[in-house]
Design a protein around this ligand. Structure first.
Ligand code: CU
Length: 245
């Protein structure tokens, strides 16, 4: 049923391949692609609506400009039906667009909250002031930026082609895991486990930063997120296992 609703919503307008694609059974939905798609759509909507209002305002300013200082303006005589139409039709058009975007936002939010079954799980612990990543096999990595502009540790290494779910908590204060490249962000709190997932599709290095001010060395709280090929990931993991978790 949900898939059918997604397919109907996804098929409403051309240029909505992401949501239509999301309805395909078993396909991994990339939240980042959905986020970009919705963001672009909001920008286009704002531009079109802003353009319409600006053009009308300019046109009316010129059309109804007073031609002499003594001129008294006169409004057009509208019937009751015309009055209601002018009030309701534009309101309906713009509200319909708002609700349409809200519905797509809701669909995207559900994608963000639904972790794919084959996702690789990594436990993330945030603390003043570094990140710790623990893999399912117990291997743990950290990342410490040092005073001299150098750093220690691997950060988060993930294989391309497999979704990654992060189960996160904090040892002390509220931190926030902000991974812009994958369009994800979620808070970490002591005594509570929160989660987000993302889908690395190509080899690249990104940076996670703490996006909640957490004290003196908040700006030191960043770490590399390396998406590597599956073979590189396996050999990295084997080395880690040999070196002791
Ligand atoms: Cu922090």
């Amino acid at each position: 049923m949900k898939a059918r609703i997604l397919a109907v919503v996804g098929g409403l307008l051309p240029g909505m391949p992401v949501l239509a694609e999301a309805a395909e059974a078993g396909a991994i939905q990339d939240p980042a692609a959905g986020w970009d798609h919705l963001w672009n759509e909001v920008l286009i909507d704002l531009t079109v609506m802003g353009g319409v209002f600006a053009a009308l305002a300019v046109w009316w300013l010129i059309k109804y400009k007073a031609t002499s200082p003594t001129q008294i303006g006169r409004g057009p005589k509208l019937s009751r039906a015309q009055t209601w139409s002018w009030a309701l039709v534009p309101a309906f058009v713009f509200m319909a667009d708002d609700f349409f975007l809200a519905a797509k936002g809701w669909t995207l939010w559900n994608i963000y909250r639904t972790v794919p079954e084959n996702a690789m799980e990594v436990k993330v612990t945030g603390m003043m002031w570094n990140w710790q990543f623990e893999y399912e096999n117990g291997v743990t990595t950290q990342f410490y930026p040092l005073e001299e502009g150098e750093a220690k540790g691997d950060g988060l290494v993930v294989p391309v082609g497999r979704p990654v779910v992060l189960r996160m908590t904090s040892l002390d204060v509220v931190h926030s895991f902000g991974l812009t490249d994958y369009r994800v962000k979620e808070d970490l709190m002591p005594g509570r486990i929160t989660y987000i997932w993302f889908y690395p599709k190509e080899v690249k290095e990104s940076v996670v930063t703490c996006t909640e001010y957490c004290g003196m060395k908040h700006s030191y709280m960043y770490a590399p997120v390396k998406a590597v090929s599956a073979t590189d990931f396996d050999s990295w993991m084997n080395k880690k296992k040999q070196g002791g978790a």
